[in-house]
Design a protein around this ligand. Sequence first.
Ligand SMILES: [Zn+2]
Length: 423
Amino acid sequence: MGSLRECTWILGLDKFRVVEMTKANDAPDSPIRLVVERRGLRRYTCSGCGHRTGRVRDQKARTWQDLPWATHPVTVVYAQRRVRCRRCGIRTERVEFADPKARVTRRLQQLIGIDCQSMPTSHAAVRHGVSWGAARRAEFAFLRRWDQGRPKRRPRYIGLDEIQRGKGQHFWTVLSDIVHGEVIGLQRDRGEADATALLTTALTPAQRARIQAVCTDMWRAYLAAVRAVLPSADVVFDKFHVLQHASAALDNVRRREFFRAGAVMREVGRGKRWLLLRRWKTVRGSKRRELEALFAVNRPLFKAYVLREQLDRLWTYKTPQGVGNFLLGWLKALRWQRLPEMEQLGAMLVTHLEGIAAYCFHPVRFGVVESLNTTIKGVIRRARGMRDEAMLLLKLKWATAHPIRSARDLKRFLYPSELHSNR
Ligand SMILES: [Zn+2]
């Protein structure tokens, strides 16, 4: 009996004791079966309402996979009771060390879940000796428990953005907290109805009331959805998207000049597309000289490049008047330059001036927005082909909230005290 007491101690499931231990054979990796029984009071908790009762209808031995003992996989066997509950009728009793219907213990679930965040599900499944499906379910349960257990934040600024889904014209709409840099919600497609649904379901009324500004691109469907659901919030256009339009205009100038100009331009300009689209401050050394050579033979291209570079200053003013004056000056410099592409860009900037100047009142951190997008794209690329939206959203939340930053965090996730006890 002494050895069973030690087994109980090693197993460490609160309020359960080992009554029988068997091994399949003498191999170093033979499975261990541990039959456990409750110790103390013979009263059972209803899994429906949490009421405790002593009226047992029947019992059935069930198994749970648990953490291995050295190289031996461990199966916990317990005769789970069905109780007659006064409120719910016949229900199974609640078992503290596992989720209802789960076939692995909660602490194993936790371990698989954490591993899945840094390795493919198939690897985590092999590592813990479970099937791929079981690993996936464990990961889902782990992530959902984590998500439900953390406080709901009420950010001042949120972001609404589209992310390409697979190849072609398929998109996700992603809603994020751009103060803390975390994903809040996910919706298939990017129509007005999709964005509206996302804003209403992913945010509580209290969260919506707190929002001061929404950072988004100039996509009309999103703007309409924001106006409808968050009438008092301002729209701030994402700097990255605005500059993307500017780069597209510059690229159009390059294409036109390349075909219009003579042999010299074609010689110097060939294969310079990506160099030209880069920002001046990121271009170094010999590459700078290449650009300068290109600008020396083509003045319109030089002019367009300078105009694009100047647009950075749109986000340096403290007042909307300052932004407006700068844009007027910019448009004036454009006059007589015969750059229709840049003129089109100018017209677009004028129509969207309010959303650009809103940055004066809502200094959104564009760096956070951009790094969020990078993380999201990484997760979606790795989860290629994932059909399960709820799972993808949880994975995005985890990756962007980044809850394990130190050894102490990891320890907290690996050995949470409340997981296998009901205290
Ligand atoms: Zn009940």
